[in-house]
Write a new protein. Structure first.
Length: 199
């Protein structure tokens, strides 16, 4: 039994590494991560903010990334404005009750988003209805939209300004890579605005 479990652990780690190696070797995806990171730097340099959302595990990722921006990542510096749209239970339950779950993020973007902000929607399938509604609202308000999805991109791929499609259809592998990409974006923003350069 122990040998079987050890093999299972090894296989999970290897699968995670394989997805990240596929990402590393995909020049188109690497360029897209760079573009999104530099776009985020421009958003912050223009005095705007990021709004981040997802469902389930992706909601936790949204909160994780927003926390890195607002607190700190690699080093101490002023807070960077970022809102996870998944945390206020009064807002979430009010919107859910009054407008339905599909309007959960769109309504918050309507209330708190302004032109020049960046919205990051996180979904392994790319088909989360409340994120699709959010992306439609972003187009109405002139908010830059970024999707972090799985391999297909789903319906979100057609609506995002940028859609980073992790090369996997396995939910855990996609989620693990989403947080890696989020960390990279945070690090580039932090270093570009407050650091000493990428020497």
């Amino acid at each position: 039994m122990e040998n079987m479990i050890n093999e299972y652990i090894s296989s999970q780690i290897k699968k995670s590494i394989m997805v990240k190696e596929q990402l590393l070797n995909n020049s188109e995806l690497m360029d897209l991560i760079l573009k999104v990171s530099l776009e985020a730097v421009a958003v912050y340099n223009n005095g705007n903010k990021t709004l981040i959302a997802g469902n389930g595990g992706s909601a936790a990722d949204a909160q994780h990334i927003a926390g890195e921006f607002v607190s700190k990542f690699y080093f101490d510096r002023p807070g960077i404005p970022s809102l996870a749209l998944t945390t206020d239970t009064s807002i979430i339950t009010a919107i859910g009750n009054d407008y339905g779950y599909k309007k959960l993020f769109a309504r918050q973007i309507q209330a708190n988003g302004v032109s020049g902000d960046m919205f990051i929607g996180i979904s392994t399938s790319g088909n989360s209805e409340n994120l699709i509604e959010a992306l439609i609202e972003c187009k109405e308000k002139g908010i830059i939209s970024v999707g972090l999805t799985g391999e297909s991109g789903g319906k979100m791929a057609e609506l995002c300004d940028y859609c980073i499609k992790v090369p996997s259809v396995e939910t855990p592998r996609v989620q693990e890579t989403h947080i890696l990409i989020g960390h990279i974006i945070c690090a580039i923003v932090e270093e570009s605005i407050f650091g000493k350069g990428f020497n």
